[in-house]
Design a binder for this molecule. Sequence first.
Ligand code: F3S
Length: 65
Amino acid sequence: MKVVVDTDRCEGHARCQSFVPEVFRLGDDDQSHVLMTDIPDNLRTRVEEAIRLCPRQAISWVNVA
Ligand code: F3S
């Protein structure tokens, strides 16, 4: 599984960065950028929380083959 941000939905609310700065970083474009694609087990719970709390529902898991 890999985490992705839908740039069409992201409006720069930055909750993701607040919850998991190791994974999400707001860019100058006011969009969240994913810093690491493979999320280690110790960060998964916080990533789940960021997914749940994003007001734009812009973050999701995707399956990678
Ligand atoms: Fe964007 Fe949601 Fe984060 S709107 S900046 S992905 S909290």
